[in-house]
Design a protein around this ligand. Structure first.
Ligand SMILES: Cc1cc2nc3c(=O)[nH]c(=O)nc-3n(C[C@H](O)[C@H](O)[C@H](O)COP(=O)(O)OP(=O)(O)OC[C@H]3O[C@@H](n4cnc5c(N)ncnc54)[C@H](O)[C@@H]3O)c2cc1C
Length: 511
């Protein structure tokens, strides 16, 4: 990025957020040398940042200088202490996450299509998976820890679920095995969105990265988005203009946040803070989704081997209800004692241990993101309304999960490693006790989504149409985890990358 004279501040496309989806879109659009693209990214570059690029160092980034670190509002039925990490660095959360790489299941895409996302069914979406540039491979043999291998064996024996080698090879409803990861096993380096989509092309003269630059208000002329007001690293405020389109890719928290501060959102909420209403759009910030999970921890009989890709390399999917099209309970297996939340209830972290984390693939509780101030620098409120669904489905799923986890822990060869159950502890047995524990120590696996959901004209809360265009405005699309109409049963990053790929096609008129 060189000259930023007035002339240079006009680009064909302005991508707001050089994160997971934004990196894909900027990369694809700049394949055409005639097209100029500016990427407005709040964080610094990830190039040569070993702390970022080394996958196994992901925990060290939590809450650090590259984390926007969003609190949640009080959660009367859950854990009010959950912090939502969101990465402030090129590549976004794909530069911080654990890179578990699941192609969304056909039933996930078909659910989107049924929710009004025409053209997003499993069949047409398959081509976008094939196109991904990331290095997606099963956890390497050398990284497969002995205790994780024994978890896989024990789960297979205890539950009779199939062992899966390569979860993305074909759709599944149940299975246990090592994950596929977007990484380079030889040196444990990330194959994040930025590594795969931007690093090889940083010398493209038509790609302009505005790093450490914060977008704080969209520039909308009547019903047409013209650009975005930004504050650069030096504190200079300037308008970056889009000749054709603005592509909003700031993620499930910051995309709705920017829309709201730009006067695009529910009228009453905007008027409450004196934000001039540019476009009354009731769905902005609604439909806040996540994958909450709980944790059960065992002390092991001595230390466990060190080798790993990122400390949670294996997992399990169960389908309790055969009527469901996909899995309805998931587990990550951690080869570390993950006691951050239980410690608040008085539990102690053992010197050596492992954890299983029952997770709700299709949670039914729905939350909401909203502003608490007209000042764009104030973080929005995130009220996930964890465990508030009418039938208590979400909490019951975690209770089932703890019981299943105990069954696996009793089974060899895993049983041989385990000295005692640390939390919730063998004394906690009834449904009520298990539910209380599971909800109070619940954490997030950082999958917020859905706050600018995609839908058709019949969905009053749809923010974007199936071409990702903001309903009622011209010249602006949203493309990131916020457009998910419903949560994928599997970890969402690959779905977000595919949203990016499809968005690039939509912009180019090829979809
Ligand atoms: C710790 C962690 C672990 C996870 N593990 C996994 C996993 O293993 N597998 C999986 O599938 N998913 C995982 N996820 C979730 C997954 O990473 C996200 O769902 C996905 O990366 C979100 O992509 P996005 O494009 O929506 O947003 P992001 O990747 O967050 O991109 C948003 C970008 O916009 C920038 N930005 C935001 N606001 C502004 C602004 N106003 N001005 C300028 N720039 C702005 C940010 O700096 C960021 O770069 C994890 C997430 C985290 C945080």
């Amino acid at each position: 990025m060189s000259d930023r004279s007035e002339h240079q501040k006009m680009y064909d496309y302005v991508v707001i957020g050089g994160g997971t989806a934004g990196s894909v879109i900027a990369s694809r659009l700049t394949e055409n040398p005639e097209v100029t693209v500016a990427v407005i990214e709040g964080g610094p570059s990830d190039v040569d940042r070993e702390d970022v690029l080394t996958l196994r160092r992901w925990m060290g980034l939590l809450g650090g200088e590259l984390d926007y670190d969003y609190p949640t509002t009080a959660q009367p039925r859950g854990n009010s202490h959950i912090r939502h990490s969101r990465a402030r660095v090129l590549g976004g959360c794909s530069s911080h996450n654990t890179l578990i790489a699941f192609k969304p299941l056909p039933s996930d895409w078909d659910e989107w299509e049924a929710a009004g996302a025409k053209g997003w069914g499993a069949v047409p979406m398959e081509a976008y998976y094939a196109r991904l540039r990331n290095n997606i491979v099963p956890v390497d043999e050398k990284d497969r820890n002995a205790v994780a291998r024994d978890f896989v064996d024990a789960a297979q024996t205890a539950l009779g679920v199939p062992r899966v080698e390569g979860f993305n090879a074909k759709p599944f409803t149940e299975g246990v095995g090592f994950f596929d990861l977007a990484y380079h096993p030889e040196d444990n380096k990330r194959s994040s969105a930025s590594v795969a989509y931007l690093h090889p092309f940083l010398d493209r003269p038509n790609l302009h990265l505005w790093l450490e630059t914060w977008a704080f208000r969209l520039d909308v002329d009547g019903t047409r988005a013209r650009g975005v007001h930004v504050r650069t690293k030096d504190g200079e405020e300037t308008l970056v203009r889009a000749r054709h389109e603005v592509l909003l890719c700031a993620g499930a928290v910051d995309s709705p946040r920017l829309l709201l501060h730009s006067g695009i959102g529910p009228r009453a909420d905007l008027e409450k803070f004196g934000i001039p209403v540019v476009h009354d759009l009731p769905g902005v910030g609604e439909n806040l989704l996540d994958h909450p999970e709980s944790v059960i921890v065992w002390e092991t009989d001595g230390p466990i081997p060190e080798n790993s890709a990122m400390d949670s390399d294996a997992g399990l999917f169960v389908r309790r209800d055969p009527e469901q099209p996909g899995p309805d309970l998931m587990f990550h297996f951690y080869q570390v004692p993950f006691t951050d939340n239980p410690e608040r209830l008085g539990y102690r972290r053992p010197a050596h241990g492992v954890s299983m984390t029952p997770n709700i693939p299709k949670p039914r509780s729905r939350g909401r993101l909203y502003l608490t101030s007209p000042d764009p620098s104030v973080k929005p409120a995130l009220d996930f309304r964890y465990f508030t669904d009418e039938d208590d489905y979400d909490a019951r799923t975690l209770v089932d999960g703890i019981r299943i986890a105990r069954e696996i822990a009793r089974t060899e060869p895993l049983a041989n490693w385990l000295k005692r159950e640390v939390c919730p502890g063998p004394g906690i047995r009834s449904d009520e006790e298990l539910s209380e524990y599971a909800r109070k120590v619940a954490h997030t696996v950082y999958h917020p989504a859905g706050t600018c959901r995609m839908g058709d004209g019949s969905d009053e809360l749809a923010v974007v149409d199936p071409e990702l265009r903001i309903r009622g405005l011209d010249g602006i699309r949203v493309a990131d985890a916020s457009v998910f109409p419903t949560m994928t049963a599997v970890n969402p990053m690959i779905g977000v990358l595919m949203v990016g790929e499809k968005c690039a096609d939509l912009v180019e008129g090829a979809a």
